[in-house]
Design a protein around this ligand. Structure first.
Ligand SMILES: [Zn+2]
Length: 398
């Protein structure tokens, strides 16, 4: 199965079109110079504006900037609004300036230079939420990798492609001397879908080094039980795992690895059929609970996290494209209507982190200039993708 490009499908008047338009206003309200500030600072250049607050100045500096490239690319593809394209071009030219200054690296991780030097030497100290005393730096750099990929792949920017592979060369050099064990140790810390983007870089370039890197940055301790159809997910941080499996499936597709394909499918099945509620969401307090007891899901204020559904939909899409099996679309549709659409405030465009399953519970929406959570980063991408899977084709059939 193949997708049509977002600019080949237009939405008619509907709650989906409304959500798309509301999100465009949210995107344009964000100040690019504030999102760029961490990147310029880390490159030794003078920022034009202060960092945003919240997660953008408490260690995860720059993560929203990466999502912003993806979000602008998707929104521009979906709407054709030139202001979005101009905003994307401005972001890329400023990031290019930062990357020129460093010679390859691009990131907002506080005092990142020192940390990457330690990593290059194999000095690694990792747990789920930190790596070498930084707040999930691999998760952070994963966002700029994905942003550049989307600016090339979705918005067609050749500059973004050059920047992506320049960053890739830097990453290859920085991790060249690490053993597989050292890489696996780093992967204990949340790292988004680095294996996903490295596999895409292989698809784009045919450069085998990126396929090798994608396999090396696949987290074996999570993958291993899936190969034996064992669900060892209870208690794990949920959204940390889902992107790893998207990457696992891409690596499997690139190397025709049936065992990994089936492992990724097993993950999809257990999460979508046994660990999700009716809206398509999963997790309580960001973690997978015991699948035989959904009591915490009904009682806790922190129910399904939006990022998890965003990632499960990506995984469903990939599995559908691979197999043509519409059960993946059934999940995608359920999650679209019942979780993602409702995760945005229909007037001011604020986005929710948790969708509580508590009866009658309130929701907390992001405020555009103040809230810089993960679910804002994925959230600003979500509402431009309603057109992506209305149709698909095999080349012969619609
Ligand atoms: Zn989130």
């Amino acid at each position: 199965q193949h997708l049509f490009a977002l600019n080949q499908v237009s939405l008619s008047a509907s709650p989906f079109l409304h959500a798309q338009q509301t999100n465009v206003r949210y995107l344009l309200a964000l100040h690019p110079d504030q999102l760029l500030a961490p990147y310029l600072r880390e490159a030794g250049l003078e920022p034009k504006a202060p960092n945003y607050g919240n997660w953008e100045s408490t260690g995860l500096d720059g993560h929203i900037g990466g999502h912003y490239l993806s979000a602008l690319s998707l929104a521009w593809a979906a709407t054709g609004d030139e202001e979005l394209k101009q905003r994307l071009d401005y972001m890329l030219s400023e990031l290019d300036r930062a990357q020129q200054a460093t010679g390859g690296y691009l990131g907002g991780i506080p005092n990142g230079d020192e940390m990457w030097q330690q990593i290059e030497k194999g000095e690694i100290k990792a747990d789920l939420f930190s790596l070498n005393d930084r707040w999930v730096p691999l998760y952070n750099i994963d966002k700029i990798f994905h942003g550049l990929r989307d600016a090339y792949d979705v918005a067609g920017s050749d500059k973004a492609k050059q920047m992506l592979f320049k960053l890739g060369e830097w990453f290859l050099a920085t991790t060249a001397k690490l053993t597989d064990e050292q890489v696996q140790q780093m992967l204990y810390s949340e790292h988004g879908g680095l294996n996903d983007v490295f596999a895409d870089m292989y698809f784009i370039s045919d450069d085998e080094r990126y396929l090798k890197l994608a396999r090396q940055f696949s987290h074996n301790i999570i993958i291993e039980p899936l190969l034996h159809k064992e669900d060892k997910l209870t208690g794990l941080h949920a959204n940390t795992q889902i992107p790893k499996i998207i990457g696992m499936l891409k690596v499997a597709n690139a190397s025709d690895d049936k065992a990994w394909q089936q492992g990724a499918d097993f993950f999809w099945k257990t999460v979508s059929q046994e660990r999700s509620v009716s809206i398509g969401g999963n997790s309580v307090r960001e973690h997978f609970h015991d699948k035989s007891d959904f009591t915490p899901m009904v009682e806790d204020v922190e129910g399904p996290e939006t990022c998890n559904t965003y990632n499960m939909m990506k995984l469903s899409k990939l599995l559908f494209l691979k197999t043509g099996d519409t059960r993946y679309l059934d999940y995608y549709e359920r999650a679209t209507y019942n979780h993602i659409l409702s995760s945005q405030h229909p007037e001011h465009g604020g986005l929710v982190y948790f969708t509580s399953m508590r009866p009658g519970h309130y929701r907390m929406y992001s405020s555009v200039q103040d809230s810089m959570w993960c679910c804002v980063g994925s959230g600003i991408e979500n509402h431009s993708k309603y057109g992506e899977l209305i149709y698909s084709n095999t080349g012969q059939e619609l």
